[in-house]
Design a protein around this ligand. Sequence first.
Ligand code: FAD
Ligand code: N01
Length: 547
Amino acid sequence: MADAPKVGARTTEPIIATFDVIVVGAGFAGLYALHRFRGMGLSVKVFEAGDGIGGTWFWNRYPGARCDVESMEYSYSFSEELQQEWNWPDRYGKQADILRYINHAADRFDLRRDVQLKTRVTSAVYDAEANRWTVNTDRGDRVVAQFCIMASGNLSTPRIPDLKGLEDFRGERYHSGLWPKDMVDFRGKRVGIIGTGSTAIQIIPLVAKQAQHLHVFQRTANYSLPARNGPLSEEEVRVHKAEYAKRRADAYLTPFGISGYPPPEKAAVEAMPEERERHYAARWAKGGTISFLFAYKDLLVNQVSNDTAAEFVRQRIREIVRNPEVADLLAPKDHPIGTKRICLDTGYYETFNRDNVTLVDVRRAPIEEITQTGLRTANAEYELDAIIFATGFDAMTGAILEIDIRTSVGLTMQEKWKTGPRTYLGLMVAGFPNMFIITGPGSPSVKSQMILSIEQHTDWIADCIGTLRGRGLARVEATVQAEDAWVEHVKQVADRTLYPRAKSWYSGSNIPGKPSVFMPYVGGVDRYKIKCDEVAANGYEGLEMTG
Ligand code: FAD
Ligand code: N01
């Protein structure tokens, strides 16, 4: 970073402005943080790299982009008025509707005036004497605040694999997470899509309907369940809204932070095969991932049980896809179901019955090079007019580590997280006082309904800052002991499940050279919230408040 102040060498450039709180990012997290901290009487400044607010829903405009948690749940709960007045048209909101909702919330709570768009935070330096963060941006801002809040997102750092010849391609090139604002027209084009994760599985059925031909380059097959998306009826909405407050409270008592799905009591291994089949079939017919995962209580901890659910899905794939070889290739075999995010689709497997769609196995014959006119694998060459990279993100740590975060005593975040992220509760990092992360690694974050987690984190941070100030203190920091114990706990909990058996972005294995550490806390939102509440009730144990 060219203009980042180095340790101990305070630059002489003038400070442009001083705030109580600086927030990095204006997605669901940054916007709620702004609202919440402003409500405490704090001065807040939000920096957002994009030229609009909305985070994930601003950037991911690809065809088919939708949430996979039902919209009546996947929305803010902090304002009863907002949740009563807003109407979601569909069971799973499409990207444009979610972005419209975020913009509505920003206007309703007058948030825009404190958000600076088109501005990327490049460095954040903590002055241990003044207990202040100095934040620099790519637009030349240099601002100071007592607190720095990382609301920079878990899936906000898109990654295109470092393929030979990438820059030589003469056709159109897209990454799902950097999709253009104008509609892309694939009509009459030969399109290639690399990746078969949640994103690609949403894109493929729609692009297949437009393109002259679509080649799907698959390295690893994923489990996908039918979304059964559709319009919400007035009655469904009325009933949900009448119970909103209770449902929101109930969500905190569940592992994934989603109400309406009672956690199962029976283990799959205790059920007879016919009963299991009935159970899975009912959930497949209803649509959605949570109900499927909640078919039995041991699906994520017992390989034998998991195999029964995985085999059920593989059978459905074989039924839907007419070509047995293609069906076999699409049937995942290398990881237990649910240990990577289960995908949700509308007509994904059916798409492979189309004459204009070809599945290419790039596990057997890897992509060797992008050519000027397409792509070459180890055994064939493909002529393409457009390539879609649905290749994912440097998840959970990418956005934070892209910023040069350091302290005046010589600690850098890059060094601290060299062997994987270390946090206390996913909220704070020892050695980096007065910095909080919203849904950081080590919290349920990506394993939960994220807006609920965002609100829970932000409220906890707000209470912590309020307590610090109430005590007349200026500095709050996680202790190394508390952080070590939490990191160990997160690992132990994950090791008791099947999660570590999958290679995925949960453990950083999608990014070459990234340390392999399972990052989310999978003990459940319910247990995690109890822990956070206990920490606060016990006077913020594990944190030191000084200054
Ligand atoms: P983001 O929305 O990622 O916002 C972070 C913002 O920070 C971005 O706008 C980014 O530009 C900005 N930023 C980052 N670094 C900097 C910097 N250095 N300087 C300035 N700005 C910066 N979760 C669910 O719970 N349910 C779902 O159904 C669901 N669907 C998803 C679908 C897709 C396609 C994707 C990609 C994710 C989905 N998620 C879902 C996860 C989703 O990311 C979260 O639900 C939520 O939107 C995250 O909000 P956020 O504010 O924490 O982060
Ligand atoms: O990214 P991914 P995503 N050669 O990392 C492949 C959320 N989300 O954008 O598995 C060939 O899951 C890679 O292959 P492999 C959700 O949390 C939600 O799809 O590494 N292939 C994989 O197939 C999700 O989990 C929704 O072998 C290469 C794909 O690219 C998260 O975002 C919708 C490759 C990347 O899959 C990320 O999903 C969309 C290479 N060199 C996203 N490099 C909802 O429905 C990568 N791949 C809510």
